[in-house]
Ligand binder design. Structure first.
Ligand code: URA
Length: 265
């Protein structure tokens, strides 16, 4: 894969690009941007305990809104749960064939409460369209359901500065593990024919810490829950690619998505 040289350290802990640049924006500070957590939730409401109370995706989404299984809820505006055309009400809902899993919501997603609605989401939508995949028929979610961020340092004040812009930070293993029951429950209820991991955080969470997107992208794997999995790069890596590499990186991404679609036939 010749187009990956734009990644500074493709297999290191920073393998997936931080996508702060597209998310650098003012934090909305109007009064209605209060976190919408249910204040009745116990402080230690873990994902596993809450997920166990849900028997439908709607119930799961509702329960996840009160999750305090790790510390990320404190600084995020809301839980950003997965979304797709599932129907808890229909007797025989149409099966969702593909689930796409990113890393964690970004700034825009945190504000809107929906996954992949910011710049990375726009690129994902375009690539899905080019690959012939209808996003409205797929389920899109994240490995971690809260936005992890730090304030933009103010010039001259180092990290003591508290700028309003929110800079994405990669979730750590503890936070990924704490959020895992939600992902397992989503996949367990949806039972898709194929799970597509977008980037190393999702791929390593589901396919093992030694998984390398750079080497193993586009291949098919059996994984948790008895489901089929494949992995490709995170769309943010394309946004961050050097402009001379971006087109090729995008074409490779679309190829992976096309192959994922072909695996369903
Ligand atoms: N990046 C992700 O991994 N997920 C989102 O929802 C948005 C950006």
């Amino acid at each position: 894969m010749t187009q990956e040289s734009f990644l500074p350290d493709p297999e290191g802990p920073e393998a997936e690009p931080e996508f702060d640049a597209p998310h650098d924006r003012e934090r909305p500070d109007e009064p209605d941007f209060e976190p919408d957590f249910d204040s009745d939730q116990p402080a230690n409401a873990s994902a596993a305990a809450l997920a166990a109370t849900a028997s439908t995706l709607d119930e799961l989404r509702e329960a996840a809104a009160g999750c305090r299984g790790c510390d990320l809820w404190q600084d995020a505006l809301q839980t950003v749960f997965g979304e797709g055309p599932y129907s808890d009400a229909a007797a025989e809902p149409e099966r969702i064939e593909m689930v796409f899993i990113g890393e964690q919501p970004g700034d825009r997603e945190d504000v809107e409460g929906r996954p992949f609605v910011g710049p990375a989401g726009a690129l994902l939508d375009r690539a899905l369209g080019d690959a012939g995949i209808d996003r409205t028929k797929a389920y899109v979610t994240n490995t971690v359901k809260h936005f992890k961020w730090r304030p933009q340092p103010v010039r001259g004040q180092g990290f003591r500065g508290t700028g309003k812009r929110r800079i994405h930070q990669k979730p750590n293993q503890e936070q990924i593990n704490a959020c895992r029951p939600w992902l397992d429950a989503e996949l367990g209820m949806l039972k898709p024919r194929l799970v597509v991991c977008l980037g190393a955080t999702a791929a390593q969470a589901l396919l093992g810490r030694s998984f390398r997107v750079t080497r193993q992208r586009g291949q098919l794997f059996d994984g948790p829950g008895g489901l089929r999995y494949t992995a490709t790069v995170h769309p943010s890596s394309i946004l961050r690619a050097d402009s001379s590499q971006r087109e090729a990186a995008y074409a490779d991404f679309v190829d992976d998505l096309r192959n994922a679609l072909a695996a369903l036939s």
